[in-house]
Design a protein around this ligand. Structure first.
Ligand code: GLP
Length: 263
């Protein structure tokens, strides 16, 4: 796993560079789009670059990761609304190019299965953007999630409902108890994964993600088995990484393979 420790202000342009490069080589690329606060710098930067004519999403497609059960798609806290506001409406995606899970479908199991088919029909996700929960969840795969899981209904932990209450006016009781989420097995099929974590609240989850034992207790640890993951974190989120100095060193010399050390 590549670990990049940087200033929070740099995260947007660093990750936007990856996406811009991908779309330059493959304009019809499929993006996996996380919601939550972690990718917001990236989405701001993508919106800016699109407005400046530096890049285009006109042929790209996207899939969001997860959704609350019971919230209609127009609800201000639904991830459909959030991704539309934070990214889709600010760049030039074609209409309906970004799909989101429907948490108010009458048949949730069928909606989940259909979503899986949609990802497959699109050719799979080229680049998946992820955040991580303080309890180590990715998408809404809470501790105990099967590493082989596919898109399905899950029950949120009390911790996640408390963490996400800030989006619901601080009301924990307003946060739905259930969600639909891409599974860990689904996410692992993305060809490239970029996970962003910001702030000291993520430090423990980040430590386990990179350096801990692979365990259902910290679902994000499954990413240790993925061949192409980049973790982009600020200093606070990196504060519990035991090998932080080594990761900084690796990054500093990433383009210098084969160069002899200074005499
Ligand atoms: C939420 C979302 C995740 C997100 C994570 C971190 O519950 N379901 O997809 O990555 O938790 O959220 P944030 O980026 O707001 O810290």
């Amino acid at each position: 796993m590549e670990v990049i420790i940087t200033e929070e202000e740099q995260i947007g342009s660093l990750v936007a560079d990856e996406i811009q490069q991908l779309l330059a080589g493959k304009p019809e690329a499929v993006l996996g789009l996380a919601t939550g606060s972690s990718p917001l710098h990236v989405y701001d930067e993508l919106a800016r670059r699109t407005a400046e004519g530096e890049m285009s999403f006109a042929r790209a497609r996207g899939f969001t990761l997860d959704e609350y059960v019971g919230l209609p798609s127009w609800h201000p806290c639904s991830y459909r609304t959030v991704i539309d506001e934070e990214l889709v409406s600010r760049v030039d995606f074609a209409p309906d190019a970004v799909r989101a899970l429907d948490g108010s479908a009458a048949d949730l199991a069928e909606a989940c299965a259909e979503y899986e088919r949609g990802i497959e029909a699109a050719g799979g996700v080229d680049l998946q953007i992820l955040g991580i929960g303080t309890d180590g969840h990715i998408a809404f795969n809470e501790p105990g999630s099967s590493f082989a899981s596919r898109t399905r209904v899950k029950t949120l932990t009390a911790q996640t409902r408390r963490d996400n209450a800030r989006f619901f006016g601080g009301e924990v009781d307003a946060v739905p108890r259930h969600c639909v989420t891409q599974g860990l097995g689904t996410i692992m099929q993305a060809r490239r994964i970029v996970l962003i974590a910001i702030g000291g609240g993520k430090a423990e989850a980040v430590h386990h993600l990179v350096e801990g034992a692979v365990s259902a207790k910290w679902p994000g640890t499954i990413l240790q088995h993925h061949p192409h993951v980049t973790l982009v974190v600020d200093e606070a989120a990196a504060s519990r990484l035991q090998f932080a100095d080594y990761y900084r060193y690796v990054y500093a010399y990433r383009d210098a393979v084969g160069e002899a050390p200074a005499a």
